[in-house]
Design a binder for this molecule. Structure first.
Ligand code: PLP
Length: 337
């Protein structure tokens, strides 16, 4: 089976091989060397302090919210899919007062500027960078950073399925992501990029308490057992990502464009805001398409959000070739035509 899902993604053999070894004790020099190597590479990919925790994308998002939002604080959430709803749920669980703007297409930075001007109590904006449920990416993060900063607010970003294949400009206050999508490693590590120390004055559950992670980083350690096998994988996947530089983004864009050109179904995202990592199409026969693809060795994903029973999603991260994309397009077209 080959996985063209929105994650976990199809891993290249060199990543699988890097993991196949005994994890060292995490209070040893061998681990410290590995950990330093990966932290340095993460900081190359996004120029802030990187945190690695055992966990998933959801844990990264919850950790971001619990460390940077206080109960009772007002948060503006830009929601345009399922993962936006989940981020809202997390912020509400934290006790935040959430102003939720739910649209098919997220508001442009100018509109967010108006919203922040009208409500001076909002000091946090919560954004999904790459909305996996609809295949839409927020393309103008650079301008959004400027707008949010001009109001003395902070920008918290879920980029679990986007970065680093969907580019993110420097300057986001906190980015929450994970190992198993565009970072080209297996599930098991929550990744956070933080540009300031946690802001909250309220208690945070110990396993999510970033202050503990920052403190132990001084000795190149982690407060709890880290996902060591995943860190081995990240050590080599990050070499590949760093070597490819801008080509890494370009390669994903070309794959997405190929699918949007060849699959004869209506795309969910309009052209200017299409994600570079996940495609989404309206499809009246999603189960049949998924079944036929499985028969020829491909796994893709069904729909989510308001398109749950009437769409398909194809991920293009990981070890994917144009031959795969061609075959997948042909099979889909064969079923739907
Ligand atoms: C945008 C986004 N946020 C959060 C998550 C949750 O990640 P996980 O399933 O690893 O907890 C996902 C997973 O697909 C996602 O795509």
């Amino acid at each position: 089976m080959k996985y063209l899902t929105p994650g976990p993604v199809q891993l290249p053999p060199f990543v699988l091989e890097a993991m196949a070894r005994q994890p060292p004790f995490h209070r040893s020099e061998a681990f410290r060397q590995l950990f330093k190597s990966v932290l340095d590479k993460l900081t190359k990919v996004y120029p802030t302090r990187a945190i690695i925790m055992p966990g998933t994308g959801t844990l990264a998002v919850d950790t971001m919210i619990y460390n940077y939002v206080d109960p009772g604080e007002k948060v503006l959430a830009l929601v345009y899919g399922e993962f936006g709803k989940r981020a809202v749920e997390s912020a509400k669980t934290r006790g935040a007062v959430v102003v939720e703007i739910e649209r098919d297409i997220p508001p442009a930075p100018d509109e967010v500027d108006d919203m922040l001007r009208k409500d001076g109590e909002i000091k946090t904006v919560l954004l999904i960078h790459n909305e996996t449920s609809t295949g839409i990416a927020y393309k103008d993060v650079k301008k959004l950073i400027d707008v949010v900063k001009s109001h003395g607010a902070q920008l918290l970003v879920d980029s679990v399925s986007g970065f680093p294949a969907e580019p993110l400009p420097p300057g986001v206050d906190v980015v929450a992501t994970a190992s198993h999508k565009a970072f080209l490693a297996p599930p098991g590590a929550s990744l956070l990029f933080i540009s300031s120390t946690p802001k909250t004055s309220a208690p945070v559950p110990p396993v999510m308490d970033l202050r503990k992670y920052i403190k132990t980083l001084e000795h190149l350690e982690t407060p709890y057992t880290p996902p060591i096998s995943v860190i081995f994988a990240l050590d080599v996947s990050l070499n590949y990502i760093i070597e490819m530089a801008e080509q890494y983004v370009e390669m994903h864009r070309e794959r997405v464009e190929y699918l949007y050109r060849h699959v004869k179904l209506q795309p969910i995202p309009p052209p200017q805001i299409r994600s570079s990592t996940v495609t989404a199409f309206i499809c009246e026969k999603p189960r049949e398409v998924i079944k036929r693809l499985k028969e020829v060795g491909y796994v893709i994903a069904g729909g989510m959000y308001k398109y749950r029973e009437r769409s398909i999603r194809i991920g293009v991260m990981g070890d994917v070739t144009f031959d795969d994309l061609k075959r997948v397009s042909e099979v889909i077209n064969d079923v739907v035509e």
